[in-house]
Structures are given as C-alpha cells and as structure tokens.
Design a protein around this ligand. Structure first.
Ligand code: NAI
Ligand code: A1CAB
Length: 272
C-alpha cells in the first residue's frame, strides 16, 4: 500500500485529503501530513481520522512516503523542496500544487519525477476540473494513480505546461471571477430596487446554477443560450449589448495581467 504525504495542510490540501478519503481513493493508513503550523484544523482532522500519520518534520514525511504532494504557497516551495531533496529519489513521485512554480524548476532540484496539479475549490462539492501536467520522467503507473485519486471528485484534464496558467484562469481561479461578477451584478440591482440582499443573492445563485445545468445537460452553447433568452428587440438584448461592448477589454486585461503575474512569480520564486 503506497504512502501518500501532504506537506502544508491549508485550504487546498485539506480539501484534497478529505475528498480522497470520502471517495475511498485513499485509506487513512496511507496518509501522512506535515504542516508548519500544526493548527487546530490539523488536530481536528487527526481526531476524526486517527490512523492518519502527522509527522513532526517534512523530512520524516518525505522519508516515509512514495508520493509527496507539495501544498504550500509558491514562495514557500523552494525552502520545503530543498529541505527534503535528498529523500526525493527517482522511485518517488512529487506533485506540486503551487501556482507559478514550473515542473522544470522543481525537476532541477530533485531526482523524483514531478507533476503539477491545479485543483479547484469547486471540487469540495465534487465539481470542477483538476488540471494536471507531467514532467518527462513520470511513469504511466504514476500518471494513472494520480488520475485515479482525482477523478472521483473532479474532471481530470492532463495538459501541456505551456497552457497551464491560461487554463488555471478558467478552472482554479474562475470561481473567484464568477463570484466577483455576481457580486457586482447584485450590488447594481440593489442600488436600483427595494429587493432584500438575501433575496437578490438567492435569485442570482439559482440563475447561475440553472445556466450551468442548461449548458451542460442540454449541451447548449453560450451563443445558443444568449439567443434563447435575448429576444430580438427585447430587454435582455439591451443588457447583452452592454456586456459585449464592455467585457472584452476587461477580460483581455484580466488574462494579460494574470499571465504576466505567473511569469513574475516564476522569476521571483528563484528555485536555484
Ligand atoms: N486556493 C485555491 O483555489 C488554489 C490554490 N492553489 C495553490 O495551492 C497552494 C496552497 O494554497 P492554499 O491551500 O490556498 O494555501 P493555505 O495558506 O491555506 O495553505 C498553505 C499551508 O502550508 C503550510 N506551510 C507553509 N509553509 C510551510 C512549510 N515550510 N512546511 C510545511 N507547511 C507549510 C501553512 O501552515 C498552511 O497550512 C498555493 O501554492 C496555491 O498557489 C492552486 C489551485 C487553486
Ligand atoms: O490565486 C492563486 O494564486 C491560486 C491559483 C489558482 C487559484 N488560486
């Protein structure tokens, strides 16, 4: 039975571990966790899952595990990986979830094959996409094992690293973008109506959910959905025209600025 370790127990790794346990892709006995701050969340998790091993150092975790997930913030990756590099031999598999740290940067520091995973917070409700990139040495067995761990609660897409940052905007980051759009929509509506905020929130939430279900279940395109709702010469068409006039420059800037930030991260993390 392979031992699977998670370094860093924050928002993303706690979601991944809980989901893997819930869907029984991992057993408690297989799981090792090391987090710098052994905060309340870690002890609560250990109380619920007594067979999980909490290690006192990252080195102890790396020494014991076959697969090591690096789940710390991008600027903490270098310190973590350098500290455990001698343990990360070619028979192990390292999977980093840090945005803006490339598999190439990691591969220069360690002998173990490296993959990158970009999870999405939406997998908390068994939705969303897990983006995966494999560096050269990852074996077919390791690729398959990672896919199996993820596919119970997400759609797994294996892509080329050159597209990872652009794709992450559409997956891991997009719940924040959709939320920001809905928040602005609700605020504008509240400023011109007597609706209660809770009702407005519920209305937009149900509409968002329904739109996603229509698109998915009826396999409607975005254009078809717009066409179904925006009657020619009607009210919605007026609104769609406003969005189509103002959103392209906003999204163009969003994509440009976020991709520039990934490039800046890659330079700043300095994995030498
Ligand atoms: N939040 C999201 O939706 C997504 C986040 N990511 C990536 O996931 C990574 C983690 O993000 P979050 O879980 O949101 O962060 P977080 O701040 O919730 O968790 C990071 C954890 O790492 C621990 N830590 C920090 N330095 C450490 C060290 N030297 N050794 C051991 N543990 C250490 C912290 O105590 C904390 O528990 C980031 O690199 C981020 O780029 C990727 C995709 C989506
Ligand atoms: O915002 C971030 O840095 C990470 C990357 C994808 C989602 N959260």
């Amino acid at each position: 039975m392979k031992k699977i370790g998670f370094i860093g127990y924050g928002s993303m790794s706690s979601m991944l571990v809980s989901k893997m346990l819930q869907h029984q892709t991992l057993k408690e006995e297989q799981i090792y966790i090391y987090s710098r701050s052994q905060h309340e969340g870690v002890s609560r998790f250990k109380n619920c899952h007594p067979a999980v091993t909490l290690t006192s150092t990252a080195d102890e975790l790396a020494a014991n595990c076959d697969v090591v997930f690096i789940c710390v913030k991008p600027f903490d990756v270098k310190e973590v990986v350098k500290g455990i590099a001698p343990r990360l031999t070619s028979v192990k598999h390292v999977i980093s979830i840090a945005a803006g740290v490339t598999t190439e940067q990691l591969a220069r520091l360690i002998s173990a094959p490296v993959s990158k995973l970009m999870p999405s917070v939406t997998s908390e409700v068994d939705a969303g996409v897990s983006l995966v990139v494999h560096h050269e040495q990852v074996t077919e067995q390791q690729k398959e094992a990672l896919t199996q761990m993820l596919e119970a609660f997400s759609l797994v897409k294996v892509i080329h690293e050159q597209d990872l940052d652009a794709a992450t905007n559409l997956t891991g980051s997009s719940p924040a973008y959709f939320s920001a759009i809905c928040e602005t929509f609700v605020e504008a509506t509240l400023s011109k109506s007597q609706l209660r905020a809770t009702d407005a929130y519920e209305m937009v939430l149900e509409a968002l959910l329904g739109t996603a279900q229509l698109l998915k279940q009826k396999q409607m395109t975005f254009a078809e959905t717009i066409d179904r709702v925006a009657t020619k010469g009607g009210i919605t068409e007026e609104g769609v025209n406003i969005l189509q006039a103002h959103l392209p420059p906003a999204f163009d800037e969003l994509v440009t600025r976020t991709l520039d930030k990934y490039t800046a991260f890659q330079k700043q993390v300095d994995m030498q």
